[in-house]
Design a protein around this ligand. Sequence first.
Ligand SMILES: *[C@@H]1O[C@H](CO)[C@@H](O)[C@H](O)[C@H]1NC(C)=O
Length: 250
Amino acid sequence: MGRVAAAAAALVALVVLGAPPAAGAELSGVFQEMRKAECHFINGTEKVRFVERYIYNRVEYVMFDSDVGLYVGFTPFGEKQAQDWNSDPEWMENRRTVVDWACRHNYEISVPFIVDRRVQPRVSISLVPSSSQAGPRGLLCSVMDFYPARIQVRWFQGQQELSEHVVATEVVPNGDWTYQVLVLLETPPRRGVTYTCQVEHVSLEQALRQDWEMPADAARSKMLTGIGGLVLGSVYLALGLGFYVRKKSS
Ligand SMILES: *[C@@H]1O[C@H](CO)[C@@H](O)[C@H](O)[C@H]1NC(C)=O
């Protein structure tokens, strides 16, 4: 495996309310104490960093970083807390070995559903209408619901890569262990040219290529649809009038 960096964070949040909230009564205050424990994995379990943060009302006041090996305080209270912990050899021994008994241990048991997880992207191409002038503004390649996040999406015209006029969103997490990204080719597509959106992802054995060509004649098919509608409408109008006239004369 290449250079994989992952971070797992255990989060403990404790909210203490100033007073038991009676029905309709206003809270006198909200106090929030938060502790975060992060394991950073650099190239699997080869290099692991453990970071522990203590946060009170959104202010981080003391932290431990296994690369440093000591607690560091950021407020007067945090400095005092850091001093206390740093002078407790038993506790510091515990903190310095967290990378092994927590981080590496958790990594091994999480491998099947985090590191080895693969979900193939769904790829589709759509025309992007222009806001002002006539004709489309470009082509949008939608790459949906893949995992992990790392991905490469490129536009081609025939064999030639189009790297200019290409803009992409960030890779967006969907919140359900999948990601999406949109890649826009910002040039009006020309008739008779094949455009290809090419996606490379660890879940795919080979690059996925989705082709797109301007439909035969969009304007003419629209006009035919309109004419068809007009004819159908006229038939119904004639039928309706026929029934009306017959009913009235009978
Ligand atoms: C990642 O770790 C493996 C051993 O687990 C090692 O062989 C490889 O060289 C490392 N790769 C990098 C980029 O450090």
